[in-house]
Ligand binder design. Structure first.
Ligand code: 5AD
Ligand code: SF4
Length: 449
């Protein structure tokens, strides 16, 4: 074992570059905690840093290309300064058959590890300082979670908290189950303590619970529990804060969750519920375990229970076998649901996943045409949606932005509050929208001060 008495990193600088989802963003916060506990100091320049960490993603080919090109850009700098240490970790090296043969292509990268052993980053760094030999270590099973206690968070309003790692769903397009392993829930007590500390000692206003599929939470625990039960217990924590969560899977999204969301004022009225496609035929090929009818029934119930809910979704365009007719069903769905936000992606072949072997792949050009068409439609829908806010009241986080009071809805929409005397702290209050001009909302605060 290498211990901190051998630490040659004290006082050195580091820079962490992150690609991908919130899970990775949060993991990088914990990585910064590890580096800081070695006595290192953060810098915002990869060029100047003594240690550069690339925490990577492989959900789509573009994410891999971006990381790979940025790592390659450091090669001449490393040649000039051989003492610079470069680390590659996360989902990209964890893949069995990634696009790039990293070990061969990146001899100048000093440490290459995956998702399951990044928790031991300090050990790898200490070892490298002694051996000075490239470390390439990808393991199949989790070797422990990253320590949250020292995490250095990016934001001081919203804090991410992991509740479940991994995914058991195996959607046919998705690489995540292969690089993140099977579902593993943290215990309710651990999560409760972390949230309580973030709210009561660190003053966070939003807690975003993270998991590839939060609705599976608790099934794998020794004493099984449900996500709705976890939420109920977290709402008992005293303080002026709200809870968000992502991502939800429509298959496991039960009425118990809708009930808790509706009844608990501490749960943000915002829901990210990826649908992926509006065609039941494509959903079956994606192995999503629900059809359009089921998805629409959830949306109907959610809207009925919480008329002010902000809805967002993910769509994959150009999945193998998607005909013009299937694509039009997706457009129809967008018109019907009127999401507040849509994240649309062109299908990207991920080797090792079943859909990569499907024969009826769609031409890149066609995917491009379809995704642009979809985004244009969604833009019109969103603009048109602004009017739904008129005269409605939203519980908002009141913040001072550039000297002006602004209410931020649970869905992230900003409401300007003219002539409002702000009491220099962030707090929640009801805001009624009185005016909409150029799609900008303004309103009045209904607070009891
Ligand atoms: N190609 C395109 N998009 C994908 N996603 C996951 N895998 C792929 C893929 N192979 C999208 C899904 C998911 C989001 C996080 O990324 O829409 O919900
Ligand atoms: Fe991927 Fe599907 Fe799991 Fe989401 S639910 S991480 S899309 S396999």
């Amino acid at each position: 074992m290498y211990n901190k008495n051998m630490n040659s990193y004290q006082g050195k600088s580091y820079n962490v570059i992150t690609y991908g989802c919130q899970m990775n963003v949060h993991e990088s916060e914990k990585i910064r905690g590890i580096l800081s506990s070695l006595g290192m100091l953060e810098t915002d320049s990869a060029e100047n840093a003594d240690v550069v960490i690339f925490n990577t993603c492989c959900i789509r080919e573009g994410a891999e290309d971006r990381a790979y090109n940025n790592i390659m850009a450091l090669k001449p700098i490393k040649e000039k300064n051989p003492n610079k240490i470069i680390v590659l970790c996360g989902c990209m090296p964890q893949q069995k058959k990634g696009k790039y043969n990293l070990k061969e292509k990146l001899p100048f990268v000093d440490i290459i590890i995956g998702t399951h052993n990044v928790n031991q980053l300090a050990q790898y760094l200490l070892k490298f300082a002694v051996t000075k030999k490239q470390i390439y270590d990808i393991v199949d099973k989790p070797t422990g979670a990253l320590d949250v206690d020292n995490a250095i968070r990016d934001d001081n309003i919203n804090a991410y908290v992991n509740i479940i790692y991994g995914c058991n769903k195996f959607c046919t397009y998705c690489i995540v189950p292969y690089v993140r392993g099977r579902e593993q829930s943290r215990t309710p007590q651990e999560i409760y303590n972390e949230v309580k500390n973030l709210v009561q000692n660190e003053g966070y206003k939003f807690i975003t619970l993270l998991g590839q599929n939060v609705n599976s939470y608790g099934k794998d625990l020794k004493e099984p529990t449900t996500f709705a039960e976890l939420l109920t217990s977290l709402c008992e924590i005293e303080g002026d804060f709200k809870i968000k969560f992502m991502t939800s899977h429509p298959m496991d999204f039960g009425d118990d969750l809708i009930k808790v969301m509706k009844n608990e004022p501490k749960i943000a009225k915002a829901l990210h519920l990826p649908v992926q496609s509006g065609s039941s035929k494509i959903l079956a090929r994606m192995n999503r375990h629900y059809d359009l009818k089921h998805y629409m029934s959830i949306i109907k119930k959610v809207k009925h229970a919480m008329p002010n809910i902000s809805l967002s979704t993910d769509i994959i365009v150009g999945f193998p076998g998607e005909t013009e007719k299937d694509f039009n069903l997706t457009l129809k769905l967008l018109k019907k649901v009127k999401f507040d936000q849509v994240f649309a992606f062109m299908y990207s072949k991920r080797s090792g996943t079943p859909a990569a072997e499907f024969e009826d792949q769609i031409d890149e050009k066609e995917k491009n045409i379809r995704v642009n068409k979809l985004l244009r439609l969604q833009k019109i829908i969103q603009k048109d949606q602004t009017k739904k806010f008129f005269k409605r009241t939203y519980n908002c986080l009141i913040r001072q932005i550039n000297g002006v009071a602004v209410g931020i809805t649970d869905g992230g929409k900003e409401i300007y509050i003219p002539n409002y005397k702000f009491i220099n702290q962030n707090y929640f209050a009801d805001v009624k929208i009185e005016d909409i001009r150029n799609h900008k909302l303004s309103g009045v605060v209904n607070d009891k001060r």
